[in-house]
Ligand binder design. Structure first.
Ligand code: SAH
Length: 343
């Protein structure tokens, strides 16, 4: 059974009818959850007291802010959210010229096993429910103001939790609720082909980002175990279908690791893979974790790699570093926080 605050307006209407209530109440309840971003139904004063009592006995999903870390260098904020079962997840709020952009987690932990990523070092703990994702947006929004866009680039693999992710995106898009446009939502994947194909069949024009990290199958496999299961040629076939069906350009994330993926042959191969496709290549200098033991290239080598890509005619940017002083990168904070709690 879905929690009350993760039901669509139509589903809420049915729930209310089953309770023998007038269906217009569903709109008041939906507004309370999704326009006002509140959860405690006892505070929904537009409803009669008896109904509030009855509803409070039903399932409601909650998520709280456990801690906010504010960067001293820029406006970036990092959240630790606490779930009802005590697990912690992370989120980052960045400010750019069009407003707030928030990085959302989709799972507690992750089972994809990318060698350089902190979120996956302890494996998957569990999927997040739709409201556990929505609540990240509402909580940040209640504290700091309207969120302009979201990127599903926190911990977890969104396509490994696709049903819940789709329900979350639908609710966030709801006209009566937060009403965020699909175009302001970016889903990032390490390349789960069946999920990409599922998305390509839907009519939601969300932005899709692929964590590419190397244009070579063998190198990619060493960095990302999942690459053995879904080979690059299959991944690109699925992405082409996405672009064809939805007319959306795909972004490619490329975590720069010195000596691993910033060689001359990488630029040539990137050109071969992306040159004829609608693309945007986003270079992310590696945030080193001790388990991986590799480093990012020096600053001038990063610039040089970008220039070589540009010279090849690629559409390339370097991700602006934000919140470096608050470990605002994938899984790093939760790991550190839990380590400290253990001491
Ligand atoms: N599972 C999804 C989304 C979460 S990761 C995916 O793989 O795309 C979001 C992005 O951060 C991915 O591109 C991921 O490879 C990258 N990333 C993870 N750890 C990183 C690190 N230590 N340094 C730089 N980028 C990292």
């Amino acid at each position: 059974m879905l929690a009350l605050n993760e039901q669509s307006l139509k589903e809420l209407k049915n729930t209310l009818e089953d309770m023998g209530q007038a269906s217009y109440r569903s709109k008041q309840i939906f507004d309370f959850f999704h326009k006002e971003g509140k959860t405690n139904i006892k505070d929904c004063t537009t409803l009669p007291k008896d109904l509030r009592e009855d509803l409070s006995k039903k399932d409601l999903c909650k998520i709280d802010i456990a801690h906010v870390f504010e960067s001293k260098k820029d406006p970036t904020k990092k959240f630790l959210f606490r779930l009802e079962d005590g697990h912690l997840i992370e989120g980052v709020l960045m400010q750019n010229n069009y407003g707030f952009s928030q990085c959302i987690s989709t799972q507690v932990g992750c089972r994809m096993g990318c060698r350089f990523c902190a979120s996956t070092q302890g494996g998957l703990v569990r999927n997040l429910s739709p409201y556990e994702m929505l609540g990240q947006v509402y909580q940040a929004s209640n504290r700091y103001g309207k969120i302009h866009s979201i990127i599903l680039m926190g911990s977890g693999e969104p396509l490994d939790n696709l049903d819940n992710v789709l329900r979350f995106l639908n609710l966030l898009n709801a006209e009566r609720g937060y009403h965020m446009s699909y175009r302001n939502m970016t889903l990032s994947t390490c390349g789960l082909v069946p999920g990409i194909l599922d998305l390509a069949k839907q009519n939601r024009k969300v932005n899709l980002a692929l964590s590419l990290h190397s244009p070579f199958q063998e190198v990619r496999e060493k960095m990302m175990p999942i690459a053995k299961r879904y080979k690059l040629n299959e991944v690109f076939k699925a992405l082409d279908e996405y672009t064809e069906n939805l007319g959306r350009r795909v972004s490619y994330e490329y975590t720069l690791i010195d000596g691993v993926n910033n060689r001359d042959q990488d630029v040539v191969k990137l050109k071969e893979l992306l040159g004829h496709r609608l693309h945007h290549l986003n270079l992310i200098p590696l945030n080193p974790i001790k388990e991986y033991g590799k480093n990012r290239p020096q600053r001038d080598k990063i610039q040089d790699f970008k220039k070589r890509c540009e010279d090849m005619g690629l559409n390339v940017t370097i991700r602006r570093e934000q919140g470096g002083d608050i470990k605002a990168s994938c899984g790093q904070l939760r790991q550190k926080f839990e380590e400290e709690e253990r001491v």
